[in-house]
Design a protein around this ligand. Structure first.
Ligand code: PLP
Length: 395
């Protein structure tokens, strides 16, 4: 058997490995608080679940168009119009089994040896993994604590080379919770006018999770006219509606690229399962109060988590403005990111993810998901403090 060489270049998402280890420890009778995995701890809103059940009862059991059923794509377009005042054709929407598939499709579309693809570091690990898989050059750009882990447009524009084909940005960001300010988003869209060959993929999966104020979000969609034929938006239901297990996402593509993305879907997953698509319509068009309830809960837990972390000797944590992740600086503990991750899991029973799982610029940090109950967060903070105090005594 000879496996294709590119398979050896695939990376992984440590969150899934940590989850497996946490489950194994629990099976041995150990108590583990899981702040590792990045998903809301709320159930999907009941009216969304009912819509899927109804779809199954109504006989929606077959294949659907590969790019998704028209009423769902129309609901996405209505959402885009309502939130950002932009009219787009449903032909430009491609429904996929999770936001990750938009990411994979875009990277496959532009990645090959000789091409360069830029992505955030620290950032969602699958960007780098997929870029390496395609044989393109993986060009991570650093996101810095002093900038609130938000990208700076000038820095990104300065890193573009003649070989750059795709630039990936993510705000609110995983793993840092950084949110790009509106003026940086504008500067990036305007600056890209100087680089007509660069396609921009904006991963906006956490767009409804800007935690402060009324949640107003600086999207790239308002710049659709300037970036008409080279803006890809990655969005979906997973984080907004607590639907990670349903596997549903949407991409907004330039027309020509939507056709290629659909062709790729036909070659791989055919379509998203039909009932899930009906659930997606109910989520977008039904009551939105659950979304706001979750946002408020995440804000409260963010405040609890950050205040608690900043009281622990050796740890300092800036306030994440979005998503549901804290990314504390742990350099003062004398441990590196991996040592903290392993020590906390094995000795303190707290699952977190080493910052280095998100790129080399994640060294000195650890990711905690605060999509957990207030009690779990408080208990985890106590365990972390206890673990570090215990180590200090030993040394
Ligand atoms: N983009 C980012 C930044 C994420 O954090 C995630 C999930 O963790 C995704 C995309 C993928 O989302 P989905 O579960 O819809 O595939």
């Amino acid at each position: 058997m000879q496996i294709a060489a590119r398979m050896s270049r695939l990376g992984t998402e440590s969150a899934f490995e940590v989850l497996a280890r946490a489950k194994a420890l629990e099976a041995q009778g150990k108590s583990v608080i899981n702040l590792g995995i990045g998903q809301p701890d709320f159930p999907t809103p009941p009216h969304v679940v009912e819509a899927a059940i109804k779809a199954l009862r109504d006989g929606h059991h077959g294949y659907t168009p590969a790019n998704g059923i028209l009423p769902l794509r129309e609901a996405v377009c209505a959402e885009i119009a309502a939130r950002y005042g932009k009219t787009v054709s449903p032909d430009r929407i491609v429904i996929v089994p999770g936001g990750k598939v938009t990411m994979a499709t875009a990277i496959e579309m532009f990645g090959e040896p000789g091409a360069e693809i830029m992505y955030p570091d620290p950032g969602f690990p699958i960007y780098e993994s997929l870029v390496n898989y395609t044989g393109a050059k993986a060009c991570g750009y650093p996101l810095l604590e002093k900038d609130g882990f938000a990208f700076r447009a000038d820095d990104l524009l300065a890193r573009i080379t003649p070989a750059t084909r795709l630039l990936i940005v993510n705000s609110p960001a995983n793993p840092t919770g950084g949110v790009a300010p509106a003026e940086e988003v504008k500067k990036l869209a305007e600056g890209l006018q100087r680089f007509p060959n660069v396609v921009l993929m904006a991963d906006e999966i956490y767009s409804r999770l800007v935690l402060d104020g009324d949640g107003t979000y600086a999207s790239l969609i308002p710049y659709l006219d300037q970036l008409q034929d080279r803006l890809i938006i990655l969005e979906g239901w997973s984080k907004t509606y607590a639907m990670t297990g349903w596997r549903l996402g949407w991409g907004l593509w330039p027309q020509k690229l939507a056709e290629i993305a659909t062709r790729l879907a036909i070659n791989t997953h055919s379509c998203v399962n039909a009932a899930t698509q009906f659930a997606g319509i109910a989520a977008l068009t039904g009551p939105q109060d659950a979304v706001e309830t979750m946002r408020q809960a995440f804000r409260r837990r963010r405040d609890l988590c950050v205040a608690g972390l900043n009281q622990i000797a050796g740890i300092s944590c800036i306030r994440p403005e979005g998503a549901f992740y804290a990314f504390p600086n742990i350099t003062g503990t004398g441990l590196n990111a991996r040592q903290i991750q392993d020590g906390l899991l094995e000795e303190a029973g707290v699952a977190t993810i080493a910052g280095t799982s998100f790129g080399r610029h994640g060294e000195g940090y650890v990711r905690l998901s605060f999509a957990a109950s207030d009690e779990a967060i408080s208990e985890a903070l106590q365990r972390i403090a206890g673990f570090l105090a215990g180590r200090k005594q030993k040394h």
